[in-house]
Design a protein around this ligand. Structure first.
Ligand SMILES: NC(=O)c1ccc[n+]([C@@H]2O[C@H](COP(=O)([O-])OP(=O)(O)OC[C@H]3O[C@@H](n4cnc5c(N)ncnc54)[C@H](O)[C@@H]3O)[C@@H](O)[C@H]2O)c1
Length: 445
């Protein structure tokens, strides 16, 4: 007599049954948190042939996905539409679907509190809901950036049950997310994926899962190593940007062009990697993640001095930019107070629409506090919130000629910078967007 599938599955170990489903792409994949990280991942797995269910708390995001409409710049609506129509991708606010899923990737936010302590509340609330429907034979992978130890110390106790043994009855991993929004060359699929599990069987299951949809998988020995990999990468960037920002301030004092220095240094074919100064750090990662590490090490009595120092130097850059604006206006016998200043670009980096932690917000606030009237334009951003005010983007064709000074904060590609200089009375360039343009109107960082 033929066995029913349920009986056959019970006879296999959980690991074998889940690995078989993953390899056959019949595993039902869940992604919790459908933002800049979660939505591209959901789309990649749906494209690889898996049935994917996205879970988020925000009803409007769910409606847009189910209507085939993407709200993430790097994900085409045509892809979402095709996958939803084909029944490969769906989204819901209802966590009870987890009872039917085989895998879950957690991609919820991990911000800092005002005190620079990690805010674990999103992970905790997602795991609280997940735990209600969690069952044997599941693979759970935390992708939210966090401090070393989170997967084992926070997530595992929330999922563990006396009847379920990790590494045997279910599988738990951490895998750092390395997505670089707006990068046309490296996207979810071709960025190597590091994964580490609570046990070797967990690592193996996580690696097996990622191999189905991503080009390169890098297994490591533990969740702590995987968590630390992400913090090393982002701390490396943050500290090097801090170094070059400090050098920019020094070069300014000495009348040396920092951009020319970096370009020349970058001709060295070994042992040097260029980093560039700017108006300050922005985004969800570089200004935040290193403080996860410093918070954790402080508990062991170790001060993360490089991180604190780079954080201080980078945090001073918006003030330095405001001083540059003041100095540029002084040349025309103007003061920031009473001047009209146009901020060109408010996204935290080139060619994206994300303003989270953008230094433009600090700079606008500082200029307003000094009495300036500030307008902004950005090809990707229609409005911003600065403290409690909602600012709508201006038409740059009108706002730039009317301003006493234009300040380039984001060097978006599709801006005619020659025209910007021609139409401006003064320009402060914090990104070297005006390289190659010579004009007495320009003040460079
Ligand atoms: N954006 C990046 O470039 C980037 C890069 C690498 C790593 N990361 C990390 O990835 C994680 C996610 O970042 P993101 O940029 O995608 O954030 P995001 O804010 O764009 O998306 C997070 C999503 O999670 C949802 N959410 C919040 N709490 C939830 C809950 N309890 N249950 C279900 N959904 C919930 C939010 O509504 C939101 O849609 C963070 O830890 C971040 O540090 C982000």
């Amino acid at each position: 007599m033929l066995m029913t599938q349920a009986v056959a599955t019970n006879m296999k170990s959980c690991a074998e049954a889940l690995a078989d489903k993953i390899a056959a792409r019949t595993a039902r994949v869940g992604i919790v948190g459908l933002g800049y990280v979660g939505l591209p991942l959901a789309v990649e797995y749906a494209k690889a042939g898996f049935s994917v269910t996205g879970i988020d708390l925000i009803e409007s995001k769910i409606e847009r996905i189910n209507a085939g409409d993407s709200y993430v710049q790097d994900v085409a609506s045509s892809d979402v539409d095709a996958l939803v129509s084909a029944g490969q991708l769906r989204a819901t606010t209802d966590f009870s679907v987890i009872a039917e899923l085989d895998t879950i990737n957690i991609c919820v936010p991990t911000p800092l509190r005002k005190t620079k302590d990690p805010d674990m509340s999103f992970i905790v609330s997602a795991c609280t809901e997940m735990a209600k429907y969690f069952h044997a034979g599941m693979l759970v992978i935390l992708e939210s950036t966090t401090y070393p130890g989170t997967t084992e110390e926070v997530v595992l106790p929330m999922l563990a049950r006396p009847d379920l043994e990790v590494g045997r009855d279910f599988f738990l991993c951490f895998s750092p997310e390395r997505v670089d929004p707006g990068n046309p060359k490296f996207q979810t699929r071709n960025i190597p994926k590091v994964v580490g599990g609570i046990t070797p069987a967990c690592t193996e299951m996580g690696a097996c899962f990622y191999r189905q949809a991503l080009d390169h998988v890098v297994p490591v020995s533990s969740t702590q190593v995987a968590e630390m990999v992400k913090l090393l990468e982002n701390t490396f960037r943050m500290i090097n940007i801090g170094l070059v920002n400090e050098l920019a301030v020094m070069c300014d004092r000495m009348g040396i062009n920092i951009w020319e220095v970096i370009d020349a240094a970058a001709t060295k074919p070994f042992g040097f990697m260029p980093f560039y100064p700017g108006p300050g750090l922005g985004g969800h990662c570089i200004p935040i993640d290193p403080f996860y590490l410093s918070w954790k090490t402080r508990q062991s009595g170790i001060e993360a001095r490089f991180i604190e120092l780079a954080g201080y130097v980078n945090g001073q850059m918006p003030h330095f930019v405001v001083e540059k604006v003041q100095n540029a206006l002084n040349e025309s016998r103007l003061a920031v107070k009473g001047s009209r200043i146009h901020i060109l670009g408010v996204a935290y980096k080139r060619d994206i629409d994300d303003v989270r932690e953008s230094p433009a917000l600090d700079i606008i606030h500082l200029l307003q506090r000094r009495g300036a009237t500030v307008t902004f334009s950005d090809p990707y951003v229609p409005s911003i919130r600065v403290e409690d005010q909602l600012l709508m983007a201006s038409d740059p064709d009108q706002a730039i000629p009317e301003a006493d000074c234009t300040v380039v904060i984001t060097d978006h590609s599709d801006v005619d910078y020659g025209l910007v200089v021609a139409r401006s009375r003064l320009v402060v360039d914090t990104r070297n967007a005006l390289r190659g343009i010579t004009s007495e109107k320009i003040t460079r960082l």
